[in-house]
Structures are given as C-alpha cells and as structure tokens.
Design a protein around this ligand. Structure first.
Ligand code: SF4
Length: 393
C-alpha cells in the first residue's frame, strides 16, 4: 500500500518525516522494509516565505534524495476546478522547493479584492487539500492508501476536520498524535537531528500567523521585514481589499497588516518602499456595489451579502485619483479618505437589512470584473427596502 505523507513544510510535518526516515521502528508496517512506496507530497500555494524553501532544500530534500523517496510538488492551476492542477515536480531526487507554485493564493485574493478569511480554512482546502486529492486520483486511483498528516497532539479540532476530508480510499494516520508530540517536542526533535530552529511554514499573507497570544506577530512581522519583496505583495493585497471594503483588513477584518508594520521597529522603512511600489503600479477606478440580505425575522441581522465589482478605467495613480475627484464632483459627493484610501460613497449601507451600498474607489489594477450570481436579486431587494438612516463607515 502507498503511504502518502502530506508535507506542509512546517515543524510538525518536518519532525514526523524526520522520525520516519531516521527511526524505522516508528514506521507503519507498509514502510517497514523500505521506503519505495512512500510518497512525500506538498501542495504549493505560491505564497510561502522564501526562507522555508531554503530550509527544505538544505535539510530535507537531500535526505529524501539519499533514500530515493518519491517527492511530489503540486499546485492549483487556476480559480476554477476545471483549470485542474500543475505537477511542479515528481522525482526521487528532489533539489528545488518550488514555492512560487503556479496560480498563487495571492493572485486569487487580489483578483477578487479580498483577503484570506480567518473564520474558516476553506481557501486552504482549495489550494492544498483539493490539489493533493486531484493528484492522488490520477496517480493512485481507487487503491487504499495511508495518508500521513502532521497534526500534533494539541490539534484535535484539525484532526477531526481532516477525518471528514479527502478521498474515500484514504486511511488517515496522525503519527504525532500517536506519539503524544506537540509543537515544542517537534522543534526539539528537529534541533536534535538537524541543529536548526525550524521556521513556521505559512503564506506571507496568512491571517493565522499574526495571533497575539502565540507570539505570532513577533515571529511574522520581522520575517516580512526580511522579505520585502514578498511583503509588498501581502500589503498590496490588503490595500486593494480595504479600498473596496473598509471593513476588510488582513487580521480578521479588525486590524490591518499595514498598521502592525507601521508600529514595528523598522516597519516605516518597509512602508516607504510600499508607497513607492504603489506609485509605480498601474491603478484602476473601481465601481463597487454590495447588496445585503437579512436574516429571517430579524431585520437587524445581516444575511448573505453579494457584490458586483467593475474596474472602470486604468492608468497611473495620479490620474485615477483625479478621475475619482471628478466623479465626486459630478455625483455631488465628497472624495473621502481615511489617510490611505480614497472613496466616493454613492450610497451607504443602512442600519437594518436588506440594504445596499455603492462606492467608487481607486487602487492597484489587479482585481477583475466580477458579479456574484445572487447580486442582482439582493441589490433589487435592498433598493426596494424602506428608506432608512445610512450607516457612516
Ligand atoms: S493563508 Fe494560512 S491558512 Fe491559508 S493556505 Fe496559506 S498558510 Fe494555509
């Protein structure tokens, strides 16, 4: 039976993989004699920090290559499932960790002017779990396989969630849970084996990486400062999302990455670069409309929202802001700014639902024209609703 090790490149997965490689007694019976039926597979989101790739190339791939372990890297090919996946590498002599992927999560986020949601990990399933499943369908088919995941003993919720995912022929195995290992135990094991402090593996724009309680900010913000090129992408994604919806922000919509960096030692230098980056980008004026439904029997509770977003014109930042100012004059509205973003509010959402909002804004020209299928109905219903007080953002 094949043993498929989902390798996310973090400390948990790295520790579990190292132990299986170095300590044959810890292996499942399927790998007892040799490692020829072990497949180590990574789904690349396209947005991992580059230092993760360096660690994997320096410390893990040589070990896999020395044992001729089949090592596969896959990535999502586009927004739609019909776009399929890209097999970036499939080799028993891995050398390069191809973290740039194919269709990156950042591309998905900027094309829709949004940020990864921290309420759920649906985008993670879209860019990782689903991608790996497609490869398995083609390469393993209906045969049962042992699927090894690096969730540790402190993550029962993630284990429970994982049990419900995947293909019907998957037999899940969580070795770290069996061994009673948590994150610290994994870090210690890696240090003992490799002599390195393993860095967390996650996308540069990962909202979960900024938790206050677990020291996430102290780890992640200096890392962004050390990867200015990648930080530009994360900041641009957030800038565009907030311009189109002031309620957005990378940190659960409550805080913005920009502000966290501004308050960090050395952060203002990075933000100066970011402003140059914005100046050099191509910009667009966007027409953004939202319709909000209501919860049954409670007009104070928001139901499903839907959005229509259209880039109207593109050009330099200066030209787009001039267009926005002209539009404000024509509509008899003010050009409003929060100091970073500029918007002309045509309609503001009301205090109860259904309601609508409509604004013009300017931001980098990365988002595409997109109208949700439920938008026309919600927009009509919101327009028909009783005239009400507008809610100033
Ligand atoms: S943003 Fe975070 S949760 Fe989402 S795919 Fe990347 S690492 Fe996973």
């Amino acid at each position: 039976m094949n043993v498929v090790f989902s390798y996310g490149m973090g400390a948990n997965g790295t520790a579990a993989l190292l132990r299986l490689l170095f300590e044959p007694a810890t292996r499942p019976p399927e790998l007892a004699d040799d490692l020829s039926n072990l497949i180590v597979i990574t789904a690349q989101t396209g947005d991992e920090f580059l230092d993760t790739a360096v660690m994997v190339e320096q410390h893990i791939y040589p070990l896999l290559a020395a044992r001729r372990v089949r090592t596969v890297q896959v990535a999502r090919a586009g927004h739609y499932e019909r776009d399929g996946i890209v097999v970036l590498d499939d080799t028993r002599e891995p050398i390069l960790c191809l973290t740039s992927g194919a269709y990156a999560l950042l591309e998905e986020m900027t094309s829709t002017a949004t940020v990864p949601q921290s309420k759920d990990r649906k985008h993670s399933q879209k860019f990782k779990g689903w991608v790996i499943d497609q490869w398995l369908k083609t390469n393993i088919g209906d045969e049962p396989y042992l699927h090894v995941m690096g969730y540790d003993v402190s993550e029962p919720d993630r284990v429970a969630g994982d049990l419900a995912l995947g293909l019907p022929n998957k037999i899940p195995w969580y070795p770290l849970v069996d061994w009673g290992w948590d994150w610290d135990a994994c870090e210690r094991y890696i240090f003992a084996r490799l002599g390195v402090r393993w860095k967390r593996s996650h996308c540069v724009e990962c909202p979960f990486a900024f938790s206050v309680t677990k020291g996430g900010r102290a780890r992640t913000i200096p890392r962004l400062l050390a990867h200015p090129h990648q930080a530009m992408d994360a900041l641009t994604m957030e800038y565009l999302a907030v311009a189109c919806n002031p309620k957005q922000g990378l940190i659960a919509g409550k805080e913005q990455l920009y502000d966290l960096i501004a308050d960090w030692p050395g952060g203002p230098i990075l933000l100066k670069l970011f402003h140059h980056h914005l100046d050099a980008a191509e910009w667009a004026v966007y027409d953004v409309q939202r319709g909000f439904g209501r919860k049954p029997d409670d007009p104070m509770k928001r139901g499903q929202p839907a959005r229509s977003m259209r880039p109207l014109i593109t050009g330099s930042r200066t030209d787009m802001l001039a267009h926005l100012e002209r539009a404000a004059g024509l509509l008899g509205r003010r050009l409003e700014t929060d100091g970073r973003h500029w918007r002309v509010w045509w309609r503001r959402r009301g205090i109860y639902f259904p309601t609508v909002e409509h604004l013009l804004t300017a931001a980098p020209a990365l988002a595409q024209h997109k109208t949700n299928s439920s938008f026309p109905k919600l927009w009509r219903e919101g327009l028909k609703a009783t005239r009400q007080l507008e809610l100033a953002i």
